[in-house]
Ligand binder design. Sequence first.
Ligand code: COA
Length: 260
Amino acid sequence: MKYNNLRIEEENGITTITINRPKKLNALNRETIEELHDAFDTANKDEDTKVIIVNGSGEKAFVAGADISEFADFDVSEGKKLAAQGQELLFDFVENLSTPVIAAVNGFALGGGLELAMSCHFRVASDNAKMGLPEVSLGVIPGYGGTQRLPQLIGKGRAMEMIMTAGMIDANQALTYGLVNHVTTQDQLLPLCEKIATKISRNSSVAIGAAISAINANFKDGVNGFDIEKQEFGNCFGTEDFEEGTTAFLAKRKADFPGR
Ligand code: COA
């Protein structure tokens, strides 16, 4: 697929997806959401890709939200459809990928932008980043999972305050809240993400996929995370990666995981 709104680079097992609508602060219009779905799906299926990094182009924004101009005249049923389609195509989709996804939050991450960052497996921010869910200032609520993932990540009281005030927090506040794992300079943001990605890529990709599934199970209604952990743990024993990992350890050499 040819992308109008994304740039993709693949190097050393890391695929970097850059959302590229800088004049609109990388706002997520429908086309960008469809392209992101395709790009994440392609990278997840690519055997050479061990980690995916997503960021925004330009120095100002990761993503400044869903594209307001596209939904300003929607009615109730169109609003419901917008949230349902977006969650299925992008936000739930990213959260449940077996390939680790790091959000490199390089500026404004607002509304759908923060929701995209929160769908990723973890977040690293540059020190100019600003994060918030300003939807109630537009007369709507977060519709791409924000009311669910923000309290999961930072606790209910803080999420209530952020959503009700429609305010923004800076990168250091986000670090204190646990919304991002690290804060660095803009220059160092991608290098730091790549350093973490390289460390991840040395481990078993099959086991990492199983760990993502077990961790996510904790947040799913009607699913017992401990049961999923037992199943995923057991399944690991049937993989070539497990055989290689344990054999290499006992032979006192570095494992070279086949990823199967
Ligand atoms: N949807 C559509 N367009 C957006 C957008 C969004 N979420 N966020 C920014 N843009 C557009 C602006 O309309 C402007 O386009 P224009 O140059 O054609 O007028 C361009 O991006 C630059 O934004 P601008 O507002 O001029 O930049 P700023 O530095 O003055 O302000 C923000 C930056 C992020 C504070 C401001 O753009 C903003 O509040 N955006 C909306 C955030 C939001 O409510 N997101 C949640 C949506 S549900």
